[in-house]
Write a protein that binds this ligand. Structure first.
Ligand SMILES: NC(=O)c1ccc[n+]([C@@H]2O[C@H](COP(=O)([O-])OP(=O)(O)OC[C@H]3O[C@@H](n4cnc5c(N)ncnc54)[C@H](OP(=O)(O)O)[C@@H]3O)[C@@H](O)[C@H]2O)c1
Length: 297
């Protein structure tokens, strides 16, 4: 029987020149001291992770505030300049509380400059539109993004929480490729299997970064039927349900890159166990059905 095996190799991020690891680490939940952040960065690098995902809004609603996660990450990088050389840094813009969305040209220009300052870097490797702004024409978004690339402020462009039609509309006005898309994806949230996100990614060589690959931690609750199957699968490889959940996403043919959300260095390091976990089709579909609670037709 064919085994589904995670691709363990570094790979190009979509049609960009950036090379990234098969797993990413995310900073939505980042807080704490610079020393704590450094410990998490070290754990991620030890797990072979080179793709680091943040956003200007991360920190909003917590004591560190809007921009706080980028600033904290930037302070950790400032303490050891050599770290930057190992990383592909991804950030996002376009959610601007209390205004839900703003991807106007003026907003993106200012937001990118602010992110560069907070991160303390001369260039952002991957700049993503966080969510679609219904009130900005994609031509205007594209023009703003083009200026950022041409000014050398960002290397590559991506989107998050965009439908395939939204991505295509933006691409229609862009001279540079959209190299990544970032949907929520886990056994608890399988919409990208059906809504064209993953098909578009495979057809157009777009990298897929999966957010909340544990359903925001819900898959660590062993009372959930999907968590039980994941734990069983993980234990067959000397790993846990978390590693199995990451592997479950990775073996999809779009070569999905799960974004590890843990802020615990031991757990971040253990994410590398995902690379060892293989699946049969039957096992993979059993987790999908347990996650959705629906039998496949
Ligand atoms: N584009 C978007 O709109 C969007 C939205 C949300 C997230 N994201 C990105 O995706 C990343 C990951 O999202 P996420 O944080 O929701 O990911 P997740 O992996 O689904 O959930 C992480 C949560 O699970 C907990 N957890 C992990 N392992 C555990 C274990 N063994 N036992 C108990 N709890 C455990 C973590 O707690 P500990 O920290 O204590 O381990 C953390 O609270 C974010 O950092 C961000 O980069 C993007």
């Amino acid at each position: 029987m064919t085994q589904l095996i995670p691709d363990r190799q570094p790979r190009r991020l979509g049609r960009s020149d950036l090379v990234v690891s098969p797993l990413a680490w995310g900073m939505w939940r980042l807080e704490g001291s610079v020393a704590e952040v450094r410990a998490r960065i070290d754990a991620a690098l030890a797990a072979g992770i080179t793709l680091f995902d943040t956003a200007d809004i991360y920190g909003f609603g917590s004591p560190i505030g809007f921009g706080g996660a980028e600033a904290l990450f930037g302070r950790a990088l400032a303490e050891d300049r050599s770290l930057r050389d190992w990383m592909v840094i991804a950030t996002k813009a376009g959610i601007t509380p209390p205004r839900p969305y703003d991807s106007s040209a003026a907003y993106l220009a200012a937001a990118c400059d602010a992110s560069l300052v907070r991160l303390g870097t001369e260039v952002i490797d991957l700049y993503q539109i966080h969510r679609r702004d219904f009130l900005t024409h994609p031509q205007e978004v594209a023009a703003a993004l083009t200026r950022l690339v041409e000014a050398g402020k960002v290397r590559a462009l991506g989107v998050s929480n965009h439908s395939p039609a939204e991505l295509s509309a933006l691409q229609r006005f862009l001279g540079h490729p959209i190299v990544s898309t970032q949907p929520e994806f886990s056994p608890l949230r399988v919409a990208p299997l059906y809504d064209g996100t993953l098909d578009q990614a495979m057809a157009e060589e777009i990298a897929v970064l999966a957010w909340s690959p544990l359903g925001g931690g819900r898959l660590t609750d062993s009372s959930h039927p999907a968590a039980r199957l994941l734990a069983e699968q993980g234990s067959a490889y000397g790993a846990d349900a978390v590693a199995a959940a990451l592997s479950w996403a990775m073996v999809h043919p779009a070569r999905i890159i799960p974004i590890v959300g843990s802020q615990n260095p031991v757990r971040i390091r253990a994410a590398a166990d995902a690379l060892r976990i293989e699946w049969t089709r039957d096992q993979w579909y059993a987790v999908m059905q347990a996650g959705t609670g629906e039998a496949l037709p």
